[in-house]
Structure formats: C-alpha cells, structure tokens
Write a protein that binds this ligand. Structure first.
Ligand code: PMV
Length: 321
C-alpha cells in the first residue's frame, strides 16, 4: 500500500446572502447566488492516505463514512480513479450546530484529494467539485468575501473571491447548542421551497445579492448587517411557512438573543443577526465593537459560549514532514 499523505486546510464561511434551495438536486445547483465571509477562527484540516476502504475520522473519532464515500466515488467517476482512502479530519468548528462545518470539511477534503492525486485544478474547478459534497463548501476556498454564482449548469455554478478589502468586520458567534441538528440543511431547504413565499424570497435575494456587493465595495458595515439580517430572517420565515412539514431552527435562546441584538442596536451599537441551519446566532458587528458586544451578551446570558470571528484566508496545503 502507498503511504503517501496529502493534507489541506480550509476555513468555514458564513453566508451573508444565503443559499437555501436547490434548482437541481443531482448537480447541486442553488436557486440563488449567495455571498459569504470566510472566517479565520473556524477551520478544518484534512489528511488523506490510502486505506482498505473509505473511512472517516473526525477529531480522532470514527464516523459514518457514507456521505464522504459518495463524494469520493463522484470524484473517482468524474475526475480520475484512486484507491480507497482513510480521511483524517481535525475540525475546529462545532460540528453540525449550524456553523456549517460541512463547508470547511468538503473544501479541505476536495483539496486534499486533488493534491493526493496530483490533479492540477484551478480554484474555480475545486469550488465546482466541492459543490457536489456540500453547497456551502463551494465558497470555502477563498479569502474574505466570496460569491457563489448560482449558474445554469455544472460548469457555470462556482464561487470566486470578491476584490480584497480591509473592511473591519467581525462576528460574535453565540454557540447555543453543540448538539446535532434535527433537520438537515438539505431536508430543510426542500421543505422551505414549499412555502408560498419562496418565489418572492428568491426574487428579493437577487436584489440583495447586488446590494450587498455594493455595500461591501462602499465599506458600509451597517448596510451589510441590515441586508444580511433581512435575508437570513426571511429565509427562516420560509421554514415556518413551509406547506411540507413546517419547522423552525429557533429555540427560546435564539429568540432571546435576537431581542438582545435589537436592543443593542437601539442603544447605538452596530449589531445585526444572521443564522444558518441551527439555533446559533451570529452577530455581525465591527472589530472595534466586537468585545463590548461579547461582554454585553455574556452579562445577559452568563452560560452562553461566545467567540469572536474575523475575516479568514483561503484554503492551503499543509506540507507533510
Ligand atoms: O452547505 P449546506 O448544504 O449544509 O447548506 C448550507 C445552508 C446555509 O448554511 C443555511 C446557508 C449558506 O449559504 O451557507
């Protein structure tokens, strides 16, 4: 057996304009273009080496390899064959708690497999391939702000970085639950698409996608926060109005934190909320207000775990010794 190992690191990202619906499930094409910020503090490092069968270890624990096995088979059939792999991941993202660990995981895995096989792929090609593992992974190769163009086919649905900016944005991440979410993002978005308001959300999202890029170029943090909060809360309203098994990711703590964010804003702070497929609230603010906001949240909710996140780098390869 070959003892070659390839290792890659990718950071997770938070969508400011969300991906929440698929127009093609087979190709994993989204109904809308989305826009994200890569986060410095949360990342995954993945090493791949030949094994007897595809296996997955996350933070030294054996996991069900079904999802990555399907993805590895997709790569074998579409890019080039390779032997069964042992995949060893170190995940610095609270797994499956709405902090999109699948984004950094599938981006790191795609890059590690490409390196293992000496595939000479561009960032755009890596991004397109990772899309088939997890939609949000499409955006996790790039530093700072990234856009995922919805596209119309396999070729045209990929992500790229927006021009670099020194915007002093920060997130205060409130980790409400570290438990596994009950409704997977794939299931959640299929149900949300049955909401009578879905088409209107898609239309508005197109507009917000353009406005968000303008707000980033203008370094208008308040506008960025305002647009992101509206886009996210309207996305969550689709879950509540789904005709197929309506649901919510919110719990009481989510509601209490959202109320606190509003209160902070009324008191003159720059604070806007966004949430993904889980109860955790991420507060969008500026780097100079992040610690004060963190302290205010801690004061109101002493048991809450809080972390500050800032813009992060693109993916990288890690040299083996
Ligand atoms: O990448 P997935 O399939 O887990 O979906 C992610 C969906 C959201 O995190 C809620 C939104 C997004 O654009 O990341």
């Amino acid at each position: 057996m070959n003892d070659k190992t390839a290792t890659a690191k990718a950071h997770t990202n938070i969508a400011l304009i969300k991906y929440w619906g698929k127009k093609d499930r087979e190709l994993n094409l989204p109904t809308t273009s989305s826009l994200s910020l890569t986060l410095n503090e949360f990342y995954t490092i993945t090493a791949v080496t030949e094994g007897k069968e595809d296996t997955l270890l996350i933070n030294n624990m054996m996991q069900d390899p079904k999802r990555i096995h399907q993805f590895l088979d997709f790569l074998r059939q579409n890019v080039g064959d390779f032997p069964p792999l042992t995949v060893i991941s170190r995940n610095m993202v609270p797994t499956s708690a709405g902090l999109a660990s699948s984004a950094s995981s599938f981006a790191a895995l795609t890059a590690a497999v490409a390196k293992y096989n000496d595939w000479d792929l561009s960032e755009k090609e890596l991004s397109r391939l990772a899309r088939r593992g997890s939609g949000s992974a499409t955006r996790s190769f790039f530093p700072g702000f990234a856009v995922w163009h919805e596209g119309t086919d396999d070729e045209s649905s990929f992500a790229e970085a927006l021009p670099a900016t020194d915007l002093p944005i920060a997130l205060v991440v409130c980790e409400i639950a570290g438990t596994v979410k009950k409704v997977s993002s794939s299931d959640g978005m299929m149900r949300a698409m049955t909401s009578p308001n879905y088409a209107a959300w898609v239309e508005e999202s197109k507009q917000q996608f353009e406005e968000m890029q303008a707000a980033i170029a203008a370094k208008d943090l308040a506008k960025i926060g305002e647009l992101a909060e509206k886009n996210a809360l309207d996305m969550h309203a689709l879950n509540l109005t789904a005709t197929d098994r309506r649901f919510t990711y919110f719990n009481q703590m989510t509601q209490d934190i959202l109320a606190k964010v509003k209160e902070l804003r009324q008191a003159g702070f720059l604070a806007y909320a966004t949430l993904d497929a889980g109860p955790n609230v991420k507060i969008i603010t500026s780097q100079d207000q992040a610690e004060t906001i963190q302290a205010k949240l801690k004061e109101a909710f002493p048991k809450l775990r809080l972390e500050i996140a800032t813009p992060g780098p693109g993916f990288s390869y890690i040299k083996e010794d």
